[in-house]
Design a protein around this ligand. Structure first.
Ligand code: B12
Ligand code: SF4
Length: 357
């Protein structure tokens, strides 16, 4: 099985890593390799994928597509979409308007170019794999696929499995040759069943990722750890019970919060720490999803201190209404260096209207 993380801004590929780890625990004899195309120069991605396939002869190609750059009001490759559109609509000087329009067109070309390139990688990769293994299959998943599962299917070869949300249980079923009917996926050629995105993920007890195994199947791991400045993703729980009207995390991960045991999270962090990692990003949809999870957060932070990881820095998404003084102190003591928080409105009425709680 070849896991391919498709090109994106390089960010630690914790999604495909967890998939490989889970499958290794279920099928210890399964040959796996992880190729991260985000860590390969863009001009070389097609050639590197081809070489890897020719060497490894995969029967299952697992494509992980983390994100599709959206028109978010942030600086990205090619500029800031908000800046360009404000110039087009509001600049007084015609040359500024023109600059905004050209900037917008450049952005669109870059974004659509990325989309087409990734779809091409999947199509060509599958064709190449079939030269060696005529029955080779492709399965695609990841954040971008979960969000654009209907649209992406249109650009993929017939028979490709398109996954929504977590992939562990689906891949396990595929490897066992089980029916995919009850999995959160569809096969290109047939339409996705209505409401697929709203189906809850299958329950799964998450254990510490085995990074000794991961480094053996992923030679590029050192690339991320070299500078020591990367924030490495660690998931401490899945799901968020809230209902904020603009948010898709609750449909990707589901509303049921599943907390990973603190000892497993710490065991995973410790392996990374011993490899020199000091920056951690708790990739949970919400680090403290509700007041009843404050104790879980405290337990984890205490366990991090008890494990001697006292010089780390970490980041997460948090809700300011789920804090108490002890938790805030623990956050500081364990090295919380930044958090992402949405201050949507100062009006409680508006906050309620947006179903944010
Ligand atoms: C944490 C997070 C961040 C953090 C990441 C910190 C870090 N160092 O890791 C930060 C804040 C930096 C970030 C940034 C961005 N993010 Co972000 N992020 C998330 C979040 C909340 C979790 C991602 C994660 O790591 N989860 C944990 C891992 C284990 O899960 P995973 O990678 O999704 O993999 C699982 C499944 O997807 C699946 N899977 C993965 N690959 C495959 C492959 C197959 C074949 C199968 C079957 C399954 C499968 O199984 C995996 C294990 O369960 C998600 C939303 C969400 N709740 O999922 C958005 C999300 C992934 N981000 C998103 C986006 C857009 C971005 C940005 C591009 C935003 C921007 N405009 O700048 C940037 C780009 C980052 C980059 N490449 O540089 C989008 C992607 C959707 C899209 N539009 O394409 C998401 C889904 C949120 C959203 N808006 O919908 N992000
Ligand atoms: S609390 Fe955060 S993750 Fe949960 S629904 Fe609201 S915005 Fe989404």
């Amino acid at each position: 099985m070849l896991l391919v993380r498709l090109p994106c801004n390089p960010i630690f590929p914790v999604g495909p890593i967890y998939l490989a780890d889970h499958l290794h625990k279920r099928f210890p004899g399964l040959p796996q390799e992880l190729l991260d195309l985000a860590a390969v120069p863009l001009l070389d991605v097609h050639a590197v994928l081809k070489q890897t396939i020719d060497r490894f002869h995969p029967t299952l190609l697992v494509f992980s597509w983390r994100d599709i750059q959206i028109y978010a009001p942030v600086d990205g490759r090619g500029g800031n979409p908000l800046q360009h559109s404000f110039e087009v609509f509001y600049a007084r000087h015609p040359l500024r308007r023109l600059r905004g329009a050209l900037g917008g067109l450049k952005l669109m070309a870059a974004y659509y170019g990325e989309l087409r390139r990734n779809l091409r990688l999947i199509r060509r990769g599958l064709r190449r794999a079939r030269r060696h293994q005529p029955r080779a299959r492709a399965v695609v998943g990841g954040g971008a696929v979960s969000v654009f599962y209907e649209q992406l299917g249109r650009g993929l070869p017939r028979g490709t499995v398109v996954s929504v949300g977590e992939g562990e249980v689906l891949l396990e079923a595929m490897l066992k040759g089980e029916s995919l009917e009850r999995q959160r996926c569809y096969v290109v050629g047939a339409p996705p069943r209505p409401g697929l995105i709203h189906e809850p993920p299958a329950p799964l007890e998450k254990t510490a990722c085995d990074y000794t195994y991961i480094s053996a199947i992923w030679p590029q791991m050192e690339w991320y750890l070299d500078g020591g400045d990367f924030y490495v993703g660690v998931q401490t729980k899945r799901g968020c019970p809230h209902n904020c009207c603009y948010c898709v995390y609750t449909v990707i991960e589901g509303k049921a919060v599943r907390v990973n045991p603190a000892r497993e999270v710490v065991a995973e962090m410790r392996q990374l720490y011993d490899r020199g990692v000091r920056g951690f990003w708790f990739t949970d949809a919400q680090f403290i999803p509700a007041r009843r999870y404050i104790e879980d957060a405290k337990e984890l932070l205490r366990a991090i201190l008890a494990a001697g990881m006292t010089d780390i820095r970490w980041a997460a998404y948090i809700r300011a209404d789920n804090l108490d003084a002890e938790l805030a102190e623990l956050m500081v003591a364990t090295g919380m260096s930044y958090f992402e928080i949405g201050i949507t409105s100062g009006s409680q009425e508006l906050v309620r209207k947006m179903r944010m709680g």
